[in-house]
Design a protein around this ligand. Structure first.
Ligand code: ARG
Length: 458
């Protein structure tokens, strides 16, 4: 039995199994840069309030920077006896500069240190995720431009419903990812809070200068309550939640791609860079990347359930359980970043088989247009709906297409059909007639596309 660095009241060592079980450096070492930044700011503050002199400060800062380089280049040795990244850096500092290092932890606790490190990490990662989302939006916008004139069936219940411009489809995802960006920007306000100075839980008798620290570390606000500061992981939950929501959006887009790639649909040309073969069936090209992105959503949801459960019913303030927040936070962030990256390339390569799509589009996607035509001729909508239902039944029973139908045949169902009527039976016209704001008319799609081009070029 040995005792990790902090001896405190203990006369005997900690059980070896307990040392191994509680060590977190294998995953929290990811925070080393942030931990060192925090320590440098803390040391500067201690100098400002007279606890360190200039020489001591220079020694501490110099050694911390060298330790950072060491970890950067993989030369740093980690061991379970030092528990976590905070203890590793502090112990190494003592190895390098001796007694001076002992002053660094004045007034400071790991409870606030870990919260600071996580906030700094989240601040950076929020920016990265937003940048990736914007990249994906730009590619979606490019696809919008390329495909405004490609008419595809829009679906509800996965049944062909009404024709839409493929550009309208892509812009729908630009909107969804815009909300994801908005959400992250909102969360970043709550991340942007300096917790240092809270000490272990109750604040400190040392006259720490928290405003100086906030300026030094670039935080907008100070946490006003030390108990809240060290017990709060809301921001971690919010980021994991946002990641889950991004995953949900990606999974739906992925699902459409998987469906479009099937032989039954066959809407897509050449997705081969993102498909793999079967080890058994020579003819297969499976849309694995879309499937995997869809599949990653499961772990994003898993992480959300984990973190919510982890924090449930924890008594005030810090509890060691909270060490378990990091792996899931890192996993969600990494998973989202990697999924966005590969998906951006996949979307960039999408090409529609226009003719196949038209061939597979049921003529009955125009049924609503016919009903609305009758409404414009003053028929009540419910009557128009019934009339068109009868026409569709008649055509199905007699295996007729619109081009087989004469005006006289239509007129048997309603006298309101006139000469101009046959000309509306066209998917392009149907799309362009949906001019109400937000609809799929190509005029609307073009306008929205221009708006987004402006917004995204900023
Ligand atoms: N490794 C710990 C964590 O990640 C750091 C804080 C430890 N504090 C303590 N009182 N044991 O939560």
């Amino acid at each position: 039995m040995t005792r990790p660095v902090i001896k405190g009241i203990f006369k005997e060592g900690l059980h070896e199994e307990a040392i191994r079980f509680s060590a977190s450096h294998e995953f929290d070492r990811k925070l080393y840069r942030y931990d060192i930044r925090g320590s440098i700011a803390w040391a500067k503050m201690l100098k400002k309030i007279g606890i360190l002199n200039r020489i001591e400060l220079d020694k501490i800062v110099g050694a911390l920077k060298r330790i950072e380089k060491n970890i950067d280049t993989g030369k740093f040795l980690f061991n379970d006896n030092l528990e976590d990244i905070h203890m590793h850096i502090e112990a190494e500092l003592k190895n390098r500069i001796g007694l001076i290092a002992k002053k660094l932890h004045t007034g400071r606790s790991r409870n606030e240190q870990v919260a600071l490190d996580e906030r700094l990490y989240c601040r950076d990662k929020i920016k990265e995720v937003i940048a990736s989302l914007k990249k994906l939006q730009k590619v979606l916008l490019k696809k919008t431009k390329e495909n405004i004139d490609v008419i595809i069936p829009g679906y509800t219940h996965l049944q062909q419903a009404q024709p839409i411009s493929a550009g309208h489809y892509f812009l729908a995802y630009v909107e969804k990812f815009a909300r994801d960006i908005e959400r992250l920007l909102e969360i970043s306000k709550r991340v942007d809070v300096l917790v240092m100075g809270s000490s272990a839980l109750a604040g400190t008798t040392i006259n720490v200068d928290r405003n100086f620290l906030a300026r030094e570390l670039g935080f907008k606000k100070l946490s006003p309550n030390s108990l809240d500061a060290v017990s709060d992981r809301d921001f971690v939950i919010e980021i994991i939640f946002s990641s889950a929501l991004i995953g949900m959006h990606l999974s739906r887009l992925a699902e459409d791609i998987v469906i479009w790639k099937s032989i039954e649909f066959d809407y897509l040309d050449n997705l081969n860079g993102f498909c793999t073969g079967s080890s058994l069936m020579p003819q297969k090209a499976n849309p694995d990347i879309a499937e995997l992105v869809r599949g990653k959503t499961a772990r994003l949801y898993g992480n959300l359930v984990q973190i919510l459960t982890l924090m449930k019913a924890l008594p005030m303030t810090y509890n060691r359980d909270m060490q378990e927040d990091k792996e899931h936070l890192f996993d969600s962030v990494d998973t989202v970043l990697r999924s966005l990256e590969v998906f951006t390339h996949l979307i960039g390569s999408l090409k529609f088989k226009k003719d196949n799509i038209l061939m597979r589009m049921s003529e009955f996607v125009l049924a609503t247009d016919i009903a609305e035509y009758l409404v414009n001729k003053k028929m009540a909508f419910r009557d128009a709906h019934e009339t068109v239902g009868k026409i569709v039944c008649f055509m199905m029973d007699n295996k007729k297409t619109f081009s087989d139908m004469t005006l006289q045949e239509f007129q048997k169902f309603s006298k309101s059909f006139d000469k101009k009527f046959l000309s509306i039976l066209n998917v392009n016209k149907s799309v362009d007639a949906r001019v109400a704001y937000g609809g799929t008319s190509r005029k609307n799609v073009r306008r929205e596309m221009k708006n987004w081009e402006k917004r995204l070029s900023k």
